[in-house]
Write a protein of this length. Structure first.
Lengths: 308, 216
């Protein structure tokens, strides 16, 4: 198994193969499965991603059960159609697909976790832009997902990808870095440039906390995927232009891990700190649940059992 | 490093009903482990949450997710959001408990799921480590308690005879840790902690010795 990004780069250089190919070969070996089955399974994931991005931006869009999110991917789409955006159509496309995917997730629709559900919009946002700019075919898009997964697996094993253990930097931060690296590979960059893009994308989101209002994967999660997608594209462009990170990718991953471990529990998916603890965040929580449902560890009350 | 994530589909995937891979898809997976290990009609389900699971299970749909898993649903099954109602309509009694203590298995996303009927009970302590991946760190089979290190794959085999050496012959080359055997009277339960997924032929061979084999 590839345990570090340095391992991946060394193998890519020695074998003269793209990273996506190395990880497909590893998957065949570890899963006792065939290339055809693995390729088709990734193809199914790609299909689910496309469907979610389309669903979230069609008609009036989707709305979550709580009503605190939804319908905004459609606003981005309409704004895009006017052609007068500040950041240009390419960025708007990434933004629209990121928001659409996470709105579908919040509305209990079907999505593909990449690497998590809370960060499910980041990769589709990046992939839609790379597909349009580079005229990618379906097989290239599948390859993008394999390359992203190679980097993601190293983060997951060396550090973490759960908001509850590492904050949002571990979810959207990881997704963004994975997307940046895969974008570079598909754009014809070297494995070394892919690792540079990964390092820069992750570095730029270090410290991002997980502070979901009412503990829901809606506010601020949906729009943080916009930052993840846009950050990935800028990091990929920086790497393709020849910019470098100075801090190697493997060390950035370990920095992310240490920061995650040092984050207080209130900023790790408990809904007790950050935006969740603002007056409006608390008011939304009360409105949704009809009561303050947070458990304060210093309370001496007995466990609360509820037939919810 | 434990290499808990060994497949590209742990990272890209699962395909699932939202909203959270750890609190929804992972919770389905833990419930599913309980369902498979219990493999008997269920009368009651008691779900005890710790830490992040205790704080946010409502917002993340963890309740319906765990019950969906207990009913044997897939994380992308359209019935997932209605699982609690479906289970109650089948006459299953369900309770959710928010425990304010630290997780007894040392992870913020912890659920302890107890399934019971008039004959037996089973409790699984699982944690959702991110992206839908889970670990199982403790299992109480009606009083016989295993404490695996957590990472999958794990295999549990129940048999009314001593078959440990036969299992070693089939799976031994793939053991991550030595086999653990617990017994009460003639009833044996074997825990096999594996490095890699077993081959289908190995499972087939072992099932000829005992049908009661669950590969997690």
């Amino acid at each position: 198994m590839y345990e570090t990004i340095a391992d991946l780069l060394a193998a890519a250089t020695a074998q003269q193969k793209p990273i996506s190919e190395l990880i497909i070969e590893q998957e065949i070996k570890l899963s006792h499965s065939s290339r055809e089955i693995i390729w088709a399974t990734m193809g199914k994931n790609l299909e689910v991603m496309h469907e979610a991005a389309i669903k979230g931006a069609s008609g009036a869009g989707v709305t979550s059960a709580t009503g605190i999110s939804g319908g905004e991917a459609v606003l981005l789409k309409k704004y895009r159609e006017k052609g007068q955006s500040l950041s240009g159509d390419t960025m708007l496309l990434a933004m629209q697909n990121a928001v659409a995917t996470n709105e579908v997730n919040a509305a209990m629709g079907i999505i593909c976790a990449t690497p998590t559900a809370g960060s499910a919009g980041t990769l589709p946002g990046v992939l839609s832009v790379v597909t349009e700019r580079l005229h990618l075919q379906r097989d290239d898009q599948i390859r993008f997902l394999f390359c992203a997964s190679a980097f993601g697996m190293i983060v997951a094993n060396q550090a973490m990808i759960a908001g509850a253990t590492g904050g949002c930097q571990a979810e959207v931060g990881s997704a963004s870095a994975m997307g940046a690296a895969a974008a570079v590979e598909l754009a014809g960059g070297t494995p070394e440039q892919a690792a540079q893009a990964f390092a820069m994308a992750m570095s730029n989101l270090l410290g991002l906390v997980c502070d979901p209002v009412a503990g829901l994967v809606e506010v601020p999660c949906i729009k943080r995927n916009v930052v993840g997608a846009v950050n990935a594209l800028t990091a990929a462009d920086m790497a393709l232009a020849g910019l470098t990170s100075q801090i190697p990718a493997d060390e950035v991953i370990l920095a992310m891990k240490r920061i995650g471990q040092n984050l207080p529990a209130s900023l790790r998916e408990t809904g007790l700190g950050g935006l969740a603890a603002t007056p409006t965040g608390i008011a939304l929580k009360m409105k949704i649940f009809g009561q303050d449902v947070s458990i304060h560890p210093d309370d001496e009350n007995n466990d609360s059992a509820r037939e919810s | 490093m434990t290499n808990r994530y060994r497949s590209v589909f742990d990272i890209i995937g699962p395909i699932m009903i939202g909203p959270s891979s750890s609190h929804t898809a992972g919770a389905v997976a833990i419930g599913h482990v309980a369902n498979r290990l219990f493999h008997a009609p269920i009368k009651t389900v008691r779900v005890r949450y710790f830490e992040s699971f205790a704080q946010t299970h409502r917002g993340h749909g963890t309740d319906y997710a765990v019950i969906a898993g207990v009913l044997g649903f897939d994380p992308a099954d359209r019935r997932v959001p209605n699982a609690v109602d479906l289970a109650r309509r089948q006459g299953i009694e369900i309770a959710f408990i928010e425990d304010q203590h630290a997780s007894p298995i040392g992870h913020p996303n912890t659920a302890a799921i107890t399934l019971a009927n008039s004959e037996k009970y089973l409790t699984v302590w699982g944690c959702s480590v991110g992206g839908g991946a889970i670990e199982i760190r403790k299992i109480d089979f009606n009083g016989l308690i295993f404490e695996p290190q957590g990472s999958l794959p794990l295999i549990y085999v129940e048999a009314e005879q001593e078959i440990g050496q036969a299992l070693d012959q089939i799976f031994g080359a793939n053991y991550r840790l030595p086999r653990v055997t617990l017994m009460r009277g003639r009833h044996h339960i074997y825990q096999l902690d594996l490095l890699d997924k077993p081959f289908p032929e190995q499972l087939e061979q072992a099932r000829r010795i005992s049908q009661d084999l669950i590969s997690l």
